[in-house]
Design a protein around this ligand. Structure first.
Ligand code: PBG
Length: 322
């Protein structure tokens, strides 16, 4: 069974043989494109640390949506940049909030495009934390009510999938119950089940204008040291009614992607986050890396690890390349 009887290079000899032997393939079907929707008129604000990404007001979102459809991308993930922040995140669940308006506008333009909304309070809270703050603490159970209201208002606007990214305990159950009570039993929940307290979110916090004003997110987001806990988080979310579970970030957590897939057998999304994007972009801008080759390799590795869906800022480029 050893050399010289077996030669692994036999199967790598020609491009066609290599094509036949490929175990994993990327497809536009698996991609989700994040969009930052800003309040205001005619906003098209480039995000410095995420070259190629912009904050867009609703009017400027529509040409983007047409382009996304033309490229065959099935889904977008919306983040809101509201004009008003307060300590109750009131614009997060306002029927006239920026995300709610954007969902309606997108659904008018492109009814078949799957619209996913990020359900988290940090962009809407004046303190920038993902939950209600009392005496310097992020209070879990009071937050659930607000998250549930937010998810219902997104579903009312027409969102197909709500994606809680706050990491409060019990949010999936609270959101599922509220959606069902209000007649949205077909709304899908994609839970950010294993969301780590990662330094790779740095550029996103500029993009979404959502850095915490005090402290950090380590009392609710996961410790990067923990893989088994990530599996427990995913299993709990599934018990509570999650339809899709997520691991985030992706590249520094491919072992977690693999473990969660193996243990749950549930549809699994992986979020190729802003810092992972910025690293390759910056190196490519210096001529140190070949962007396209590195992106294909990185996203393929996420797929190979077991992700069914990939959320990536390269989605449009990738759909074009494929
Ligand atoms: C909001 C949220 C964050 C990201 C997605 N939703 C930031 C955070 O938790 O601080 C990060 C996405 C990225 O870095 O691309 N809770």
């Amino acid at each position: 069974m050893y050399f010289p009887t077996y030669r692994m290079r036999r199967m790598r000899r020609t491009p066609t043989l290599r094509r036949m032997m490929r175990e994993t393939a990327l497809s536009p079907d698996d991609l989700i494109y994040p969009l930052f929707v800003s309040h205001g008129e005619n906003v098209k604000r480039p995000i410095a640390s995420m070259p190629g990404c912009e904050q867009l007001s609703i009017g400027n979102l529509l040409p983007e949506v047409r382009e996304i459809q033309r490229l065959g991308i099935p889904a977008v993930l919306l983040f809101g940049i509201p004009s008003h922040k307060d300590s109750a995140a009131s614009s997060a669940y306002d029927a006239e909030g920026v995300v709610q308006l954007a969902v309606r506008a997108i659904k008018d333009e492109a009814p078949d495009l799957v619209v996913i909304t990020d359900v988290c309070l940090c962009e809407y809270m004046d303190h920038g934390h993902c939950g209600v703050v009392q005496d310097g603490e992020i209070v879990n159970d009071m937050t659930l009510e607000l998250l549930a209201k937010m998810a219902v208002s997104h579903a009312e606007a027409g969102a197909d999938i709500v994606a809680p990214s706050d990491m409060m305990d019990g949010r999936v159950a609270a959101i599922r119950a509220a959606l069902d009570d209000d007649g949205f039993s077909d709304s899908v929940i994609m839970a950010y089940s294993a969301k780590f307290a990662s330094a790779f979110y740095g550029p996103f916090r500029d993009a979404a204008e959502s850095p915490p004003m005090f402290g950090d997110r380590k009392s609710y987001q996961m410790d990067p040291a923990n893989g088994e806990e990530a599996v427990r988080e995913a299993l709990l979310d599934i018990e509570e009614g999650a339809d899709i579970v997520m691991v985030k970030p992706a590249l520094a957590y491919l072992d977690v992607v693999k473990m969660v897939k193996q243990e749950t057998k549930f549809p699994l999304a992986a979020y190729n986050v802003s810092g992972e994007y910025a690293m390759i972009k910056a190196a490519a801008a210096k001529g140190w890396l070949d962007e396209r080759a590195c992106v294909m390799e990185a996203l393929l590795s996420i797929k190979r690890a077991g992700a069914d869906l990939i959320i990536s800022y390269w989605t449009k480029d990738l759909a074009g390349w494929l």
